[in-house]
Design a protein around this ligand. Sequence first.
Ligand code: PHE
Length: 357
Amino acid sequence: MSDIEKIEKEALKAISGVGDLAALDEVRVAELGKKGRVSGLMKTLGKMSNEERQEMGPKLNALKQRVADAVEARKAVLEDEALEARLATEKVDLSLPARPEPKGALHPVMQVFEEIAAIFGDMGFSVAEGPDIEDDWHNFTALNFPEGHPARETHDTFFFSPQGEEAAKVLRTHTSPVQIRTMMAGEPPIRIIAPGRVYRNDWDATHTPMFHQVEGLVIESGIHMGHLKGCLIDFVKAFFEVDAVEARLRPHFFPFTEPSAEMDVKYTRDGDTIKIGDGEQWMEILGCGMVHPNVLKNCGIDPEVYQGFAFGMGVDRLAMLKYGMPDLRPYFEADPAWTRHYGFKPWLTPSVSGGLS
Ligand code: PHE
């Protein structure tokens, strides 16, 4: 066998035998590189006679070409294989969830805020807000609490140190100051709810120094107690997801409403669970009334033209009743086990049509 045939045979065998691009390159250098075998044969052309060169030249060139072609062909195959392998490892499973399951859960109070906003939103209410640190005028005076009146003390108020001549600021004791802020900022008709934190110096199984209320305010002309009662009964039915609720308005006192009432609903207790709607016993669930004419006047609204109703409810307690939490204190202990047990999936936004809970 001539050198040409031997080298070609060996080179092609080596080329087809390599498994990766690095090994292929070694073979290429060994055959076609400057010091390679094929290049070595090419160099012998210089020492040949003319006749020999005419015969051997084309043969050696053809050898060089075939080896180079074989290297290129093998390279293309190996590159394809490498790409396939990479694609296989980088495969994206489109059936996987778009993001990992979040570990956190929505606190029941936040869930109930959302539910309440969905129900009143459906009735045409919008959401208003006010500051947690409130001045004496918005928290008390404008709401018709007379200076030095004992009603101010029933709120167990947290006072800040007084600054100069002004009355000490307070941590708001209720969401009712948002009524004042809303009436001062806009004209009737007004239909708002105001969810938020409130603060009172109190601490036991059903009272925490910080808790949550939702205020409601409607100011239009021709509004009366019938609207108040209808609106609140519709709310209670929607919130507790029951078809009928027996409710009563029991006379009460708030400085900022006249007449004032507390709303009670009938309920049945079955072991640890409480069913709202019917039964033998009454449970108080909120305070309400017709906005006092003095409050309207304090906000520049003519009580001869506009009337309205207001209500305020404790959200923590509504959440306890609806979702069966027996004690209020763990609400604010930030225990992940409690939140996992009582919490809600954050992306299931409640809606009246799509379901509340
Ligand atoms: N602000 C009252 C409270 O905290 C509740 C209330 C609001 C009563 C609106 C009547 C009208 O107890």
